[in-house]
Design a protein around this ligand. Structure first.
Ligand SMILES: Nc1ncnc2c1ncn2[C@@H]1O[C@H](COP(=O)(O)OP(=O)(O)OP(=O)(O)O)[C@@H](O)[C@H]1O
Ligand SMILES: [Mg+2]
Length: 425
């Protein structure tokens, strides 16, 4: 088979999804996906290595048999409230009076030299802007003339133990991490439009275990935070409040849940029939169910607002884009709009397509997995600061195809990533 293959694995608290994509003239084509319910994770973090490894193995087997390929390594999404973002700054002299790759690396290294406690690690260093001889707002400094180069960056750090446990789970399943990628970065790549990246957008990935918020502007990440509340909390509230099994609570949530009061989904139903703990039928009152869902959603949006509002005031984004499985709840965009005070739309992974899986991938719960592939494509194909790329021919073809479709990603978005020893060797 011709083309370049890339694998990405989204290890979520609800499901694990391993996707395989092929980069070709038409952009990125998803050729296979293995999705299984996830075990061993809580709020985006591994709490049981064996269970996590087992779930990863199942997703891997599914993706391997669907693609007929032997998958050894993948881009891995990582989330959890242990991830923190900090701003930093670096400066250096420009050696040859013209910015070279080495200057960019040096200045980024200088900016990355922040105090990182022993139990934490740098996950990404994302340049937000370069300054040459006092001239700010420079996106691509390579080849520009000057004597002094400065950079402003966002440094994302993560708990060492959490990364380590994730890595061990992957290893046990026989999969190598090409890179670990902050999940909302990946989701953003799959769902944000170019103008949103440039002029500003808040990405909200509503997962099962966490709700991840990230603000992008000028083609790069400006701020991010992870709220340890997600769809699983709503399901749990329903299960506890109405004394139902988790599975049944989940079903009722998906079937009847809605974000806004004005949508009365119960007009035709006096009561909802559910299966009780003992397996017997049980009548549920629609207002009771609705109240439980709404209370949890309000709590979530209150936390989100508290977190995001100062960033909205500071960066004035065009809109917010909600994605992830939780964004599938009815009328949730309207509810989010009410809380955040800016337009909100639901983000589908539109930057990829699939000849075999067709519409299945156009689902917000696959945003992170699809984004990991785009991330990998951009990292391997069009490395932003590689002067002599040995693969440039094939990359040019892919890039041209992507540009034609308006799909070329904001190059500046990528920083220098956490590389694993295995890769460096
Ligand atoms: N139609 C729906 N209505 C309401 N909630 C839904 C719907 N479909 C899925 N969800 C919820 O979305 C959540 C799962 O989303 P997703 O698959 O993005 O999570 P995840 O990536 O596994 O978790 P995380 O990112 O938090 O680690 C679950 O809590 C699920 O109940
Ligand atoms: Mg997720």
């Amino acid at each position: 088979m011709k083309g370049r293959y890339i694998a990405g694995i989204d290890i979520g608290s609800t499901k694990i999804c391993l996707m395989v994509g092929r980069a070709g003239r038409e952009g990125l084509d998803i050729v296979a996906a293995g999705t299984v319910p996830s075990q061993g994770l809580r709020k985006g973090v591994v709490i049981d290595i064996d269970e996590t490894a087992n779930s990863i193995s199942m997703a891997l087997r599914e993706a391997q048999s669907a693609s007929g390929m032997d998958i050894r390594s993948a881009y891995v999404g990582i989330s959890g409230s242990h991830i923190k973002s900090t701003e930093s700054y670096g400066a250096t002299g420009i050696k040859e009076k013209e910015v070279r790759l080495a200057d960019i690396e040096r200045v980024t290294d200088a900016a990355s030299a922040i105090y990182v406690p022993l139990d934490r690690e740098v996950l990404h260093v994302l340049p937000s802007e370069f300054i040459i001889d006092g001239q700010d707002g420079i996106a691509r400094p390579l080849g520009m003339a000057g004597v002094r180069l400065e950079v402003k960056v966002q440094v994302l750090t993560a708990s060492h133990a959490v990364l380590e446990n994730l890595e061990r789970s992957l290893e046990r399943a026989g999969l190598k991490a090409a890179e670990m990628v902050f999940q909302p970065l990946a989701s953003a790549l799959a769902v944000l439009k170019d103008e949103e990246f440039q002029q500003g957008a808040v990405l909200v990935d509503m997962g099962g275990g966490t709700t991840d918020a990230a603000l992008f502007k000028g083609g790069t990440l400006r701020w991010a935070d992870v709220i340890p509340v997600g769809g699983a909390n709503t399901t749990n509230d329903i299960a506890v409040g109405l004394k139902l099994p988790q599975q049944e609570a989940e079903r009722l949530k998906r079937r009847y849940g809605a974000g806004q009061e004005k949508v009365n989904l119960f007009e035709t139903e006096e009561s909802i029939e559910a299966r009780s703990m003992s397996g017997k039928p049980k009548q549920i009152s629609p207002p009771d169910l609705s109240r439980i869902i709404r209370m949890r959603m309000e709590e979530l949006f209150e936390l989100l607002k508290e977190d995001v509002e100062p960033q909205i005031i500071k960066h004035q984004p065009l809109c917010a884009v909600i994605t992830g499985g939780g964004s599938q709840m009815r009328e949730i965009a309207g509810m989010a709009e009410g809380w955040l005070g800016i337009p909100v739309r639901t983000g589908l992974p539109d930057r990829v397509h699939s000849t075999v899986l067709r519409e299945t991938v156009r689902d917000p719960q696959y945003a992170a997995a699809a984004g990991l592939l785009l991330y990998g494509l951009e990292r391997e194909g069009g490395d932003l600061i590689k002067e002599n790329n040995p693969f440039s021919d094939s990359i040019e073809t892919v890039k041209r195809a992507m540009t034609e479709q308006g799909r070329l990603l904001a190059r500046r978005f990528f920083g220098r990533m956490r590389r694993f020893p295995a890769e460096d060797a």
